[in-house]
Design a protein around this ligand. Structure first.
Ligand SMILES: Cc1cc2nc3c(=O)[nH]c(=O)nc-3n(C[C@H](O)[C@H](O)[C@H](O)COP(=O)(O)O)c2cc1C
Length: 330
């Protein structure tokens, strides 16, 4: 049974985010949702092949289900990197066809690949041959002057034929010139209908939607038209949103988060990380948004952004910050 089998399909995913969805972030998110599919940061294929694999690809078992996102355009290198990812124990290999940063463009991968659907298909086919895991892509609806109708249809036709198991589509174009990566996540207009049509035209295929989804109510609305919803920034900035995913999206029994237990678990994660040479802030920086909008949240944020940043900070800092929440006046 693989991740994209009918009964195990990922109806909800947390988006791959460079510098954000590292292993500490994912471990933290996993405490809030057992079912969401988690994505790694993008790892460039060359780095997976030649770099420090443990640092780039390492994760802990509780993070499953977990997808590795690769960047690259050379099918053979991507196949090799996919194999390395499979050997590490990832549940899915995803190819980045949507990231517009200059660094990515210079290597002709990411969103530029929207202009080279044949290359994407060759890469998918090579990865499929190399691993027995689901191979998926994350793309845009088009770039620059592309007609999104023909561009996305053609990409879809080619990657399905190559054996892709899913397309996760960020429902806006990337403009390759003149916008920063950040602007490219906000300025090109969202076109959810275009992604819905991709699903309608490929009823048997898995199509997931991404971009600008802020609440689980919106996610549920999208799920009437597509198979999965992927949330990035809203989940990172307001992780409490994740606490309802298992119940509201997957139909699991409702639960409440045991915050003291969560803090203990994350404190143990900090202790282990420090013991292996890391710093408390590597973990706590992903938790800053946890009590978003609640009494005491300002102090919580302050402590996590200042005290926790000291090079000799320990997990005590997390308990100290949490005390500001538990003792805050309503
Ligand atoms: C800090 C940051 C880093 C990102 N890095 C990646 C990446 O490595 N690979 C990728 O495919 N998309 C990346 N993205 C884009 C997100 O995966 C997602 O497509 C985008 O944020 C839109 O979804 P959202 O509106 O739910 O945040 C990144 C986004 C952010 C905010």
């Amino acid at each position: 049974m693989t991740l994209y089998s009918q009964t195990t399909r990922p109806r909800f995913a947390i988006a791959p985010m460079l510098d954000w969805t590292d292993r500490h972030c994912r471990f933290f998110h996993r405490q809030l949702t057992k079912k969401a599919l988690l994505y790694s940061e993008m790892v460039v294929a060359d780095a997976a092949i030649h770099g420090n694999r443990q640092r780039l690809l390492g994760f802990s078992p509780p993070e499953h289900p977990l997808a590795l996102q690769l960047g690259g355009s050379d099918p053979q290198k991507l196949a090799e990197a996919a194999k390395i990812g499979a050997d590490f124990g990832y549940d899915e290999i995803n190819l980045n066809v949507g990231c517009p940063s200059d660094r990515v463009q210079s290597g002709t991968f990411g969103a530029c690949l929207m202009l080279e659907p044949e290359t994407v298909a060759r890469a998918v086919a090579a990865m499929k041959q190399a691993v027995s895991l689901p191979v998926t892509i994350k793309c845009r609806i088009g770039v620059d002057e592309q007609d999104t109708d023909t561009a996305l249809d053609r990409l879809g036709a080619l990657v399905w034929k190559a054996g892709a198991d899913a397309m996760w589509v960020h429902a806006r174009k990337a403009w390759l010139k003149g916008l920063s990566p950040k602007e490219n996540r906000d300025i090109p207009p969202l076109d959810y209908q275009r992604v819905y049509r991709l699903k309608q035209d490929n009823a048997a295929r898995f199509v997931g939607i991404n971009g600008g989804v802020a609440t689980l109510r919106e996610a549920a609305e999208h799920l009437r038209s597509v198979d999965g919803v992927m949330i990035g920034r809203a989940a990172y900035h307001n992780p409490q949103l994740l606490a309802d995913v298992d119940h509201k999206i997957y139909g699991a029994p409702a639960t409440t988060v045991d915050y003291p237990a969560l803090i203990d678990t994350m404190a143990a994660c900090i202790d282990a990380h420090i013991a292996s040479g890391g710093r408390a802030a590597h973990v706590t920086r992903h938790m800053v948004g946890l009590f978003h909008g609640q009494a005491g949240a300002r102090r919580w944020r302050q402590i996590l952004s200042t005290d926790a940043a000291h090079h000799d900070a320990t997990s005590e800092v997390l308990h100290k910050a949490f005390a500001c929440i538990t003792t805050a006046e309503e």
